[in-house]
Design a protein around this ligand. Structure first.
Ligand code: ATP
Length: 156
């Protein structure tokens, strides 16, 4: 799914280099349309907030608990200061416009991450973030693997 979203975004790109690393496989049950939207939001942010020539990586691995896939979407862009890291998931919140502007004149509504976090919530996906100013941002999505039956068929 990530690979397909990247291809559709033409993220196999002239401006940034991209790596897709998949160590493990696993089945998840999810709404494909909203999952694609969510990936697109994270990846578009990585493109927007990473200067040209930067690097974007998507990596999926199965966690030792056996019940989750960890999807990491990382860039080596401008990063997010510690004090902003929780707030960027709020509606309309954008990090200091002047700094963002100085780093490439990008614009946005400040809604992307709030939508992405709502989609994650609906799918039982936990989001965490590792970011440092000037170094880059990594979004970690802990995605529950499917049980034996699709959720709709469960009787419990
Ligand atoms: P849009 O809603 O159009 O995507 P946006 O990018 O401003 O606009 P969000 O996606 O909600 O909105 O992001 C909120 C803020 O978080 C951004 O304005 C930016 O300051 C910061 N941000 C998000 N992703 C990154 C990233 N990968 N690197 C650095 N800053 C980021």
């Amino acid at each position: 799914l990530v690979e397909d979203v990247m291809r559709k975004m033409k993220l196999v790109t002239k401006t940034h280099s991209v790596d897709l690393l998949q160590n493990d496989e696993g089945v998840i049950y999810a709404d494909q349309v909203t999952m694609r939207q969510m990936m697109r939001i994270f990846l578009e942010n990585s493109v927007k907030y990473t200067p040209q020539g930067g690097h974007i990586t998507a990596r999926a691995r199965r966690l030792p608990d056996g019940g989750h896939i960890m999807l990491e979407l990382a860039d080596d862009g401008i990063g997010i200061a510690k004090e902003d890291q929780q707030r960027v998931f709020e509606r309309f919140y954008r990090v200091d416009a002047s700094r963002t502007k100085a780093d490439g004149g990008v614009s946005g509504t400040g809604l992307g991450l709030s939508i992405a976090s709502w989609i994650c919530e609906q799918h039982g996906i936990e989001i965490s973030m590792e970011s440092a100013l000037g170094k880059g941002t990594k979004m970690l999505l802990k995605i529950p693997l499917a049980g034996e039956k699709p959720p709709a068929e469960r009787k419990d």
